[in-house]
Design a protein around this ligand. Sequence first.
Ligand SMILES: C[S@@+](CC[C@H](N)C(=O)[O-])C[C@H]1O[C@@H](n2cnc3c(N)ncnc32)[C@H](O)[C@@H]1O
Length: 236
Amino acid sequence: MENYKAYISAETMMGPNSARILEELFDKYPLRLAADDVILDLGCGTGLTSLIIARETGAKVFANDLWVSAEENGKRFEEWGVGAQITPVCEDANNLHFEKRQFRVLFSIDSYHYFAGNKGFFQEKILPFMKDGGEVLIGIPGLKDAYTDRAEELLSDWLGDDAYMFKSPKRWKEIIGGDDRILLVKTWEMDCFNDAWNDWLATDNEYAIGDRKYFEKLIKPYTCFVGIYVKIKDVQ
Ligand SMILES: C[S@@+](CC[C@H](N)C(=O)[O-])C[C@H]1O[C@@H](n2cnc3c(N)ncnc32)[C@H](O)[C@@H]1O
């Protein structure tokens, strides 16, 4: 976190501090990567997470997002001095065109819930791009297990029609599902919730100001960050 404070601002943040979410994933599942390993940061937003992933792993990173253009992210990566290591891409996660079986690791921070909430998505849209022995690390907002399947009832005042995207760790484990190539799937309530939210609520971003009204009443009692770890089987 200390190394990246200068990059974390109201301009680069798109929600609760994604650097904190990433830090917890790195601590829980330490990675040993080589410079020629390839990582996908799926739903990278302004590329803050891609910067941290690139610097911390030394690997080659594809930074893919839908709402932020490749041109805009590419400019930022050049300014940050990581232009040679990170390739910006602008594609819908439902229709990616990467080379198959190339990613050693896939990260998705605060974005997977937007596009991957249906069973079969992982097997159809993600797995084909993962290398044998690869790892998937996801951190997204969701519901605490105690409130499984009650997002629309509990969160609609805050999230409106997007409430359905908030699912519990228990439900995400089912949604990811199984496959002959999947060794294990773990989901859990992450520890970084308070720190990540406090950093976000302290900014003057207009969405953060909107979230402040709901934090004590809805966000804190019912929601969490869901961590998801998937290990792909090694070649038999
Ligand atoms: C809340 S932002 C988080 C961005 C970044 N990962 C972070 O933590 O700062 C959610 C991101 O999900 C991306 N996203 C939403 N739907 C997508 C889709 N179908 N394909 C790719 N990215 C998508 C958006 O473009 C947006 O930048």
